[in-house]
Design a protein around this ligand. Structure first.
Ligand code: AMP
Ligand code: ZN
Length: 480
């Protein structure tokens, strides 16, 4: 199996990925909280995970990708109450919007996309096990808490104990909310008894009416779908503590085995140097960027062209550089494909099915070596552009060009660029006098509202290989 390496937050080291079973890698990604439009920061994380999955596939692994939908938590409930709509109606709407954005970004669909609300029973069973084993306790109001002191490895992922907690923090009172900033050894809630501001969102449980805590949702769904492939678990860096720490505690105490061996976290995206969050209302969505005239692939490039482990600062200027880099890639791809007579989408489909797994990397070996080294995308792009610099597909030998075409498109697949979205500037060709005068006649007919003649001349121009593009200022001729 060819090596691919990722940085493991658990060991703080970059390690080769070794699957727990055959060549299948289980990959669990904490999914979106479906209460609002995902912003470009969220997509930085989801896109990095997409490149991770694609690169594992190119490295020869079969990946089982699970990404949950958080469709019940403090935020989703607050939104449904604010809008006066049932929780499901709100979360299904935002799920659909999320799926549309993922499609426009050319992201691979996860194989399994479980919803927290469809797994209440599994969550109740996990709590029952934890209560039986003495890792949890109930409170007077019917909530159930995880007893942090019962798990001596608590804090292993976030190195909590090394951060010199004060005694008062270590003795902190139990925490009820899903998200908390405080680095604390406090017990956290797994089952929340029904409160007035939950509206009609509740389920029955052995402890009375209530709902699960956010951390428990991921533990139960990850165990259910990847219990036999506990390889990679991933999310944004804000999830290291408390979310992932708590997931590990609940899962390892209930199942008595290691809950995922590789923990991979994506650093945050800043906008114009500042923090971006839904609550601060300073976020861009994909629509905002498209409205500025950039295709989703351009935003994809800008969001993923830095190392996923470093904070990046997003600026609108970065989109122009992304656009011209993509134009170079598209031009090179078009030339290669034209020379060997292949079609881009069929070739990419074959690559996705692993049909070219054994083909040599040819002049793109160094670019792949950078990519498989903890997704060093900036270095991989550097090597990719230097490999194509000065190379003219028309001058390559038959052997070289088919090898290079496949290898180049394996990288394009791994990076997930939909090159068909990249606008290519057409070479301007001067129209002959006959065409220019026909176009002028058509314009005059249009001005005179003689639509029949205008249409008839447009068709005539079309049959002669010219297209008319009307604008407010007038018209332009373009060679078809
Ligand atoms: P949420 O929908 O809030 O649950 O977040 C979905 C994913 O986006 C999680 O993996 C978060 O860690 C991640 N995330 C949230 N904000 C940012 C940001 N500014 N930059 C990168 N990732 C983020
Ligand atoms: Zn999660």
């Amino acid at each position: 199996m060819p090596d691919i390496f990722f940085h493991n937050t658990l060991s703080r080291k970059t390690e080769p990925i070794v699957s727990s079973k055959g060549n299948t890698v289980g990959m669990y990604c904490c999914g979106p909280t479906v209460y609002d439009r995902a912003h470009i920061g969220n997509f930085r994380t989801f896109l990095s995970q997409d490149v991770m999955r694609r690169s594992l596939q190119i490295a020869g692994y079969k990946v089982i990708h699970v990404r949950n939908l958080t469709d019940v938590d403090d935020k989703t409930i607050a939104r449904s109450i604010q809008e006066g709509k049932p929780l499901r109606e709100v979360t299904e709407h935002w799920t659909e919007v999320f799926h549309q954005d993922c499609g426009r970004f050319n992201m691979l669909l996860p194989h399994i996309e479980p919803k927290a609300t469809d797994h209440i029973q599994e969550q109740i069973e996990m709590i029952e096990t934890l209560l039986e084993k003495g890792h949890a306790y109930t409170s007077e109001d019917g909530s159930v808490y995880f007893k942090v002191s019962s798990f001596d490895q608590y804090g292993r992922l976030s190195r909590l104990k090394e951060r010199e907690l004060t005694t008062s923090e270590a003795d902190a009172s139990p925490i009820d909310s899903d998200e908390y900033e405080r680095d604390s050894m406090a017990d956290f809630v797994m089952w929340k008894s029904r409160k007035e501001n939950d509206g009609d969102v509740y389920w029955n449980s052995p402890w009375g009416e209530g709902r699960p805590g956010w951390h428990l949702e991921c533990s139960a769904m990850a165990m259910k779908y990847l219990g036999n492939n506990l390889d990679i678990h991933s999310g944004g860096e804000d999830l290291i503590f408390p979310h992932h720490e708590n997931e590990i505690a609940q899962s390892e105490c209930s199942c008595d085995r290691q809950f995922f061996r590789y923990w991979i976290h994506c650093a945050h995206l800043l906008v114009d140097g500042g923090k971006m969050s839904k609550s601060l209302d300073n976020f861009y969505t994909l629509d905002d960027i498209e409205a500025k005239g950039f295709a989703p692939v351009v935003l994809r490039y800008a969001l993923t062209s830095g190392s996923y482990r470093q904070t990046i600062n997003f600026t609108l200027d970065s989109l122009h550089a992304a656009q011209s880099a993509l134009q170079r890639l598209r031009k090179f791809s078009d030339e290669l494909l034209a020379k060997v007579g292949m079609n881009r989408s069929s070739l990419l489909k074959a690559i996705a099915k692993n049909k070219h797994a054994m083909d040599p990397w040819s002049i793109f070996q160094e670019a792949w070596d950078e990519l498989r080294n903890d997704l060093n995308i900036p270095a991989a792009l550097g090597k990719l552009f230097s490999a194509i610099k000065g190379v003219k597909p028309l001058e390559m030998s038959a052997y070289e060009d088919s090898q290079a075409t496949i290898a180049f498109h394996k990288l394009i697949f791994a990076l997930g660029y939909d090159l068909d979205q990249v606008a290519i500037e057409k070479d301007k060709v001067e129209a002959p006098e006959e065409i220019k005068s026909l176009a002028q006649k058509r314009w005059e007919a249009k001005e005179a509202k003689d639509w029949a003649s205008a249409d008839q001349i447009r068709n005539e121009l079309q049959s002669k290989g010219w297209k008319i593009l009307d604008s407010k200022k007038g018209y332009e001729l373009e060679k078809i």
